[in-house]
Each structure stands twice: as C-alpha cells, then as structure tokens.
Design a protein around this ligand. Structure first.
Ligand SMILES: CC(C)(COP(=O)(O)OP(=O)(O)OC[C@H]1O[C@@H](n2cnc3c(N)ncnc32)[C@H](O)[C@@H]1OP(=O)(O)O)[C@@H](O)C(=O)NCCC(=O)NCCS
Length: 159
C-alpha cells in the first residue's frame, strides 16, 4: 500500500490532474469552472487532496459548509489507488475541517448502485434517510440521500 499525504485546499495548478481523475471516474464529469469555488474557498467550500509521496494527486473531496451542515459534493480516488483508505481519510479530513467551521451534520447523495461509496459512508456513520427514484439517467437509477447527524461524535470516537 502506497503512503498518502493529505492536505486541505486546492490550487489552480491542481485542476488539470483533478479533471483527469474526474473524467475517468464519472460519465458526467464536473468542468473546470465547477472546481473554481473549491480552489477559491468561495461560499463555504472546502477541498481536500490526497497525494502520493511524489506529489501526484490521487484523490480529492469537496464539501460546502452552510450554517451547521456540510454538503459533500465530491469524493473521488483515482482507480489505481482505490481500497487503500484514501477515500476514508479524505472524507474524515473534510468532516474534521467542516466541524472546525461549525458543521454539526453532513449530507450527500449517492447512486443507489454505487455500493463502494455507500459502504464507505456507512462505515463513517452515515445513514440513508431518503430515496429519489429515477434521479440519475442513462441508465436510470435512484439517488439515496445519506446524512450524518452527529459529526462531533465521529471526531470524539476517532472513527
Ligand atoms: C468511493 C471511493 C471514493 C472510495 O475510495 P477508496 O479510497 O477506494 O475507499 P477506501 O479504501 O477508503 O475504503 C474505505 C471503506 O469503504 C468501503 N469500500 C470502498 N470501496 C469498496 C468497494 N469497492 N466495495 C466494497 N466496499 C468498499 C469499505 O468498507 C472500505 O473499508 P475496507 O477497505 O477497510 O474494507 C472510490 O471507489 C471512487 O473514487 N469511486 C468513484 C467515484 C465515486 O463513485 N465517488 C462517490 C460518488 S457519491
């Protein structure tokens, strides 16, 4: 397992590599413009990166804190680096930094068929609170809304 270095914040220079991972991971990838809030930290947006020891970006997580809730907008790990705890560590870091900014709860949506992501969220204490049938298209599938209502307990438990 390669060692990962996590950091808070993103710069414009990171965007080309982020887009590379994004395009390889999603049928409807975010565009460069959509990452600009994360780069600027605008509107409560937070971004975290995971890198190899050589500095290569292998994953990222983006959230937005609004009052006492953080919405997790993106979490992705480059395919060749999955199942090495980078996703878990990225999400934990984002949650920790969100609580520093006042978040007490977290919310996200996930494709019902995305079992890897669902398992990750469940192991971190998220639970499914709603299902939106047909939310995703081509192919049609449901979105599940996952919430975590006690982020501070997550921190205290160190999970
Ligand atoms: C979801 C994703 C970010 C997970 O990243 P990752 O670095 O591989 O995950 P981790 O190694 O940190 O896994 C943490 C836990 O999540 C669960 N998990 C992760 N991948 C899994 C898989 N393929 N199958 C089952 N469980 C999985 C496991 O419980 C795992 O713990 P374990 O390895 O100790 O069993 C990654 O699969 C990914 O980038 N997917 C494509 C993008 C995506 O779907 N993002 C989420 C959109 S909502």
């Amino acid at each position: 397992m390669s060692q990962q270095i996590l950091s808070l914040g993103m710069s414009r220079l990171d965007i080309p590599r982020i887009l590379e991972i994004e395009k390889a991971s999603f049928g409807s990838p975010w565009t460069e413009a959509m990452f600009s809030d994360a780069v600027e930290g605008a509107r409560g947006t937070l971004g975290c990166l995971a890198r190899t020891q050589n500095g290569k970006i292998i994953g990222y997580c983006i959230g937005q804190v609004v009052i006492e809730e953080v919405s997790i907008h993106r979490i992705v790990v480059d395919e060749g680096y999955r199942r090495q705890q980078a996703g878990r560590r990225l999400l934990q870091l984002l949650i920790l930094k969100s609580t520093d900014r006042g978040a007490r709860a977290a919310v996200l949506e996930v494709n019902e068929n995305n079992l890897a992501a669902r398992r990750l969220y469940e192991t971190l204490g998220f639970s499914c609170v709603a299902r939106r049938p047909g939310y995703y298209t081509q192919p049609s599938s449901a979105a599940l809304i996952y919430c975590h209502q006690r982020l501070l307990a997550t921190e205290e438990n160190g999970t």
